[in-house]
Ligand binder design. Structure first.
Ligand code: DX5
Ligand code: ZN
Length: 248
């Protein structure tokens, strides 16, 4: 199997440092009964990409979506970058099917790899990154709020995106955890220019400025965007901030 769509044909080039933060619309807060319309609506409102939260009921208690949702959105939004965030215990089980369905970025949690301290998981992050890249997807690594940066460092030259969670994963609508900002500040100078620094959880016009000030350049938003009375205005507020490549 191979990625049917690939990353080369898309409008958005995630490897280019953006001048303003990219807005990743997390569909977890969308109306699932009209999901394609919801996605077109937030993209028309200015969102730069779609963020898909895959939960397996084990790594987090919730169950959400899988390859069929990715394929459906790929068909309805053929030129949109699909950023897939796997909150699952066995991400290796999904690499082939998600690539085939049309995912562009495949991000898995460091906490399920054997490189993370204090766990007995057996997933080899280097092997996963190789397989993700071989299928023409970008590779992302995610860390939860309590997880230290150390386990991430050996992979920084091999991945395309780091996602720092600013809530404990599992659901949308939680409050931003400002204690993760120090971690993002420390991480930013260690990243390659082509590697994006994404934050996810509790982001809105009140909390996003602190995230961007420490170096975040992709902002995931679910409840703030889908719950906004004026979605284009919400995106404009997030786009009005300036990224800070000089922190690198
Ligand atoms: C949480 C998910 C997030 C979530 C964000 O586990 O990874 O992407 O949808 O929701 P908000 O923006 O409402 O905090
Ligand atoms: Zn997410």
């Amino acid at each position: 199997m191979c990625c049917a769509k690939g990353i080369d044909r898309l409008m958005l080039d995630l490897t280019q440092p953006p001048s303003h933060p990219l807005v990743a619309a997390s569909i977890l807060s969308a109306d699932f009964g009209q999901i394609a319309d919801e996605c077109h609506n937030v993209l028309d409102a200015g969102a730069d990409l779609l963020h898909l939260d895959v939960m397996d009921g084990h790594f987090v208690p919730n169950l959400t979506m899988g390859q069929d949702m990715i394929r459906a959105l790929r068909n309805h939004c053929p030129d949109t970058y699909l950023d897939v965030h796997l909150m699952v215990e066995r991400p290796d089980d999904y690499i082939d099917s998600f690539a085939d369905a049309g995912a562009n970025c495949f991000s898995f949690h460091l906490e399920v790899s054997d490189d993370c301290e204090n766990n007995n998981a057996a997933c080899d992050a280097n092997k996963l990154i190789d397989r993700i890249h071989a299928l023409n997807m970008h590779a992302g690594l995610v860390i939860n709020p309590p997880t230290r940066l150390d386990g991430l460092l050996p992979f920084l030259d091999r991945i395309d995106l780091v996602l720092v969670m600013s809530v404990n994963p599992g659901r949308s609508g939680q409050s931003f955890m400002p204690e993760v900002l120090d971690k993002v500040r420390a991480l930013k100078p260690q990243l390659r220019p082509q590697t994006r620094l994404e934050m996810d959880g509790g982001l809105n016009p009140a909390t996003a400025p602190d995230a961007v000030a420490v170096g975040a350049d992709v902002l995931v938003t679910a409840s703030a965007l889908f719950g906004a009375g004026d979605r284009p205005a919400l995106v404009r507020q997030l786009h009005a901030m300036r990224c800070r490549p000089e922190l690198r």
